[in-house]
Write a protein that binds this ligand. Sequence first.
Ligand SMILES: Cc1ncc(COP(=O)(O)O)c(C=O)c1O
Length: 402
Amino acid sequence: MSNLKIIPAIRTENITYAVRDIIVLANEVAKTGKEMLYLNIGDPNIYDFEPPRAMIEATYKAMLDNKNGYSPSSGIRPALDSIEREADRKGIKNVQDIFITTGASEAIELALTALVNEGENVLTPTPGYPLYTAISSKLQAMENPYYLDEDNGWQPDIEDIKSKVNDKTKAIIIINPNNPTGSNASYETLKSLVDFAVEHNLVILADEIYDKLLFDDVELTSIASINPNASVITFGGLSKNYMVPGFRIGWGIVSGENEILVDYIEAINKMLRARLSANHPEQYGIPVALDGDNEHLVLAMEKLTRRRNMTVEMLNAIDGISCIKPEGAFYAFPKVDIKNEDSHFISELIKETGVVVVPGSGFGQQPGTRHFRVVFLPQDEVLEKAYKSIGSFYQKYKNEFE
Ligand SMILES: Cc1ncc(COP(=O)(O)O)c(C=O)c1O
C-alpha cells in the first residue's frame, strides 16, 4: 500500500478566515485555565439575544407537518413572495429573480462562481468580510481590493475604486453596513458607486445582511434602489437581523434589466438546481420574520446601542487606540498605534489577558495601518472588563515589544 500524502488542490492554498482561525490560539490559552473574554464572533445567540418566537414556531410547525424533504431549488413560494415584499420595502423595483440559500454565504458563493473566471477580478472592500476573498481565492480570481477611507468614516473611496478597475473586472462588492467597521455608506457615495458600476457594466454585489441593525436615526439606502437599471444582487438573510445564524437561511435578490441579466440568472439557477435546495423547514420562518413586527429588535438595539457607545468611549479613552463610531451591525474596527503586525499584538493580548479579538489583517487594511475587530454583542460587564484589559495591555506591549 502506498503511503504518499494526499495533495489538496492548489485553489485551497490561500483560503484564510481570520474570525475562526484565531480560535485555535484562544483554545490553547483557555486550556491553561485562564478566564477568556470572547469578542470575536458575530453570533448573537451565544450572548443575550433572542430570535422572534413566532419564527421559531413556524419552523417547528413545518417540521411537524413533515416539510422535511427537499424544497424547490430557489426556495418555497411563500418565502420568495415575502422576500419580494421586503425588496419592495427596501425600494428595490426591477426584481428579476430571488433565490433562497444556505445562509447568505451560499448566495454570495453562487453569485461569484456563476460570474467570475480564473484570472478575472472583483473590486472588494477593504477592510471587508473575509468570505469574499476566500471565495475569490477558490475561484483563482485575482485580488482587487479597494479601500474604505478611515478618515472619512470608512466610506468607500470612489477615487481608489476608479483607479483599480480594469478590463478583467466583473463586479464590485459593497458591504453595507460593513463588517468589520460597522460603517454605513452615504447616499452620495452609493450613487457614485452605482454610476461607476453602470458605466463599466459591472455587477454590484450588495451585502445588506445587517440592514435592520442601525443605530440612532441612521437610514440605510439599499444600493439597488438607486438605479433600477443597474445589475445588482442584494444579499440578505435571517442570521443577523433575526438572530438565527444556525438556521443557515439567506437569499439573493437579482435586480436590473432582464436582457442584460438573463444568462447570468440562468447560470446561478443551474447551480441552485445542482445543489438541490436550502434547508426546507426553516424557510417557513422567513415570511413570519419579514412580515412580522420586528419587536425583538427593540430590546436588541437598546442593548447594542449601549454596548456600541461603551465600546467607542472606552477604546477612544486609551492613548494609542482610536475608534470610529459604528452606525450599524455589531462590530468596531479600532486603529492601534503599534509598529509590529497586529497579528502579533493580538496573539500577545490573548495569551496575556484572555481577551479574544480578531487582528485587522484578517479583514484587509491600508498598508502600514494596524487594527483589530471587536464584536460588541457580549454583556456590558464582559465588554467593560475586556476594554480595561486592552488598555493596560497596550501600555505593557509598547514597553515590552516596541
Ligand atoms: C457581511 C457578511 N455577509 C455575510 C455573512 C454570512 O451570513 P450567513 O450566516 O447568512 O451565511 C456574514 C456573517 O458574519 C457577514 O458578516
